[in-house]
Design a protein around this ligand. Sequence first.
Ligand SMILES: [Zn+2]
Length: 123
Amino acid sequence: MNKAEVESIVDQVMDSIPPEIDEALTDVSVFVVDGRDDPELREAIRHADMERAAVSRDFRGLYLGITARALDPGDEVPQLPEGSIVINCQTVATPEDVRDTLAHEMGHALGLTEEEVENLGLG
Ligand SMILES: [Zn+2]
């Protein structure tokens, strides 16, 4: 799929997620990139305040940033810190792939581990 097609599906999903999830993800931005060398990926890494991120050639989606779970339980944090979800338009083939990838990375943004995300059927 091309970048514009993927971005339009991302917009549709973001417009339809439940308000509680939307609120929890206020500071999480979604970036659609065209491969690993897309400048938007560097922007996403900068947005998430990460020094560098090792990104495999054929990644579908990434979550860059601190998750709720990484914080100490005693910390009073009203919202998640800023993070970035990145979707690679080169490796998503269908609108369903885009939705699945976005849901998977949202799970990570909310603090779920790889195993927990898979247990929700979002592997
Ligand atoms: Zn994952």
